[in-house]
Design a protein around this ligand. Sequence first.
Ligand SMILES: [Cu+2]
Length: 267
Amino acid sequence: MKRQLTWILISVTSVSIFAQAPATDRVGFPEGYQKWAQFYVLDRSDNKQVRSIYGNTIAAGVADGSQGNYPYGSVVVLETVNALKDADGNAVLDRNGRYIKDPAAAVTVNTMRKEKGFGTAYGALRNGEWEYVGYTPTGGYSTLPQNSQTCANCHLQAGQGKDWVFRGAGHFKNGNLTSLGAVPGAIIKNYAFVPGTLTVKAGSMVTFYNDDVVAHNIADDFPGGWISANMQAGSGSQAIPFTVPGEFNFHCAIHPNMKGKIVVTPQ
Ligand SMILES: [Cu+2]
């Protein structure tokens, strides 16, 4: 009797280890996702990828600040393509300072869907009511439902407060789509421009990111000079082209003691 009970316990444990992903595809290939609302495009500087994020009408209807609870029927798609690189392996940038998709590169279509009761198969790795599948652009699989515990495991890090969607802030706070998701040339943190002095070649596009908790902007020190729109806290950004060599001193018009300098060297 004692032995049998042990055997039962072992088998229960091993079932929960192996049954950590859904056995069938309940997500579904997101046909026509390129025509859905585009939430943001992220230039991944570490692995030189262009990651474009789309949502269906239900996901796109989530209001700013309500990210913690996407409605049932929400589908979010992450399309990944390698960026076009030059001979030195550096990503080639377009006129807005953004990565360009390599037309010859393979595409993956990672998709997450939320429905009532979804996600139980992930066991301890469950992310609320989301299930995950990776597709190829023609509807084949890059990550089978049966292997999608890798997706759930990583998305646990995004946490319940974000409903396991990492960059929800990018979904809602897309005030400036041209620079949202660009690789930052400088950031703003704790009421400071970091780095305080930035040296760039003429013809460069520099993206500033506001990683602070309050809004900031960028204003030319020259009286009556150029001033940017306010960059929202958290993810606001601004792409600024520097074409003429010289030194440009700037400050934040909201907090005039915040100062920075751009040194533009000839090309
Ligand atoms: Cu400021």
